[in-house]
Design a protein around this ligand. Structure first.
Ligand code: NAP
Length: 267
């Protein structure tokens, strides 16, 4: 097909949010590289997209909790110059309290949501900066703003995604690369089943369909948003939160302790 926008590499494209991104990006003219562990499900997604859109969809099996597999995908991001977009989406969650969760589950969350996420984000960003173009979509979560909810390691991993994205955004300024951070609220995907709380058991008014979540996020991208929170009615509310955070900056590091600690008075 002639009107290709290049290739989008999407991690976690076998189900849920990643599979919908695959469909939508193909409809927007991207060929695809779809990454996950479940080869059969990836092939199914690829086949359906190829037949409905005519775009090419390659599938790559990789376990992002395994360092060698993460490096293989990072190498692909840096060496394949047909790749013009990267959706850093693969993730795992837990919904149980910190102290009631198997520490191996916490390790798994950190390996995928933090370690692999970082290596792949940096690989894509470095490669795109060299070409002064490209699109990176990092999938965070609203639990970064509400760490009291779900599992603390999961929300912390998404806080990490948020901070890394803010830092990366600063480094990418003026370098021709677009970065978007998406913070979905509860979205009806298999993630909830795996976390032991099927989405249909949540209050219906807090759960968005995956189609709506991804379509809203791509609309946010089209509107030039850096941070997209699909459910938040007023984007000004998040802007105010960011403004309050940034207003702290001049006073966060000083050569004297704050007066309330009484340390200066001792001298
Ligand atoms: N659903 C929500 O309510 C929600 C809300 C906020 C943020 N998010 C975030 O959205 C992203 C996508 O989640 P989802 O809801 O679409 O979940 P999902 O349906 O469970 O999909 C997760 C995807 O990640 C892949 N994945 C999991 N472990 C992997 C591993 N070790 N190596 C490679 N791929 C792996 C899965 O494929 P395989 O199992 O085939 O490997 C699957 O394709 C995650 O980062 C999640 O934290 C979701």
């Amino acid at each position: 097909m002639s009107n290709s926008k290049g290739t989008a590499l999407i991690t976690g494209a076998s189900t849920g949010i990643g599979a919908v991104y695959a469909n939508r990006l193909a409809k927007r003219g991207y060929d695809l590289i779809l990454v996950a562990r479940s080869k059969d499900k990836l092939d199914e997604v690829a086949k359906q997209i190829e037949s409905s859109t005519g775009r090419k969809a390659e599938t790559v099996q990789a376990d992002l909790s395994v360092t060698a597999d993460v490096k293989r995908i990072a190498d692909r991001l840096t060496s394949d110059t047909s790749i013009t977009a990267f959706v850093n989406n693969a993730g795992v969650a837990a919904a149980t309290p910190l102290l009631a969760t198997d520490p191996d589950v916490h390790d798994q969350i950190i390996q995928i949501n933090v370690t692999a996420f970082t290596r792949l984000a940096v690989a894509a960003a470095s490669s795109f900066v060299k070409r002064s173009s490209g699109l990176i979509i990092n999938i965070g979560s609203v639990v970064a703003l509400a760490p009291e909810q779900l599992n603390g390691v999961y929300s912390a991993s998404k806080g990490y995604v948020q901070n890394l994205s803010i830092a990366l955004k600063k480094e990418l300024a003026g370098k021709g690369v677009t970065l978007q951070l998406v913070l979905p609220g509860a979205t009806a995907t298999p993630l909830w089943d795996k976390a032991g709380v099927p989405a249909h058991t949540l209050p219906a008014h807090i759960v968005m369909t995956t189609d709506d979540m991804v379509d809203a996020s791509l609309s946010g991208l089209d509107q030039g948003e850096f941070v997209t929170i699909p459910a938040l009615p007023e984007s000004a509310d998040f802007d105010a939160y960011e403004k309050a955070r940034l207003a702290l900056a001049p006073n966060l590091s000083r050569n004297t302790p704050a007066a309330r600690y009484g340390v200066g008075a001792r001298k």
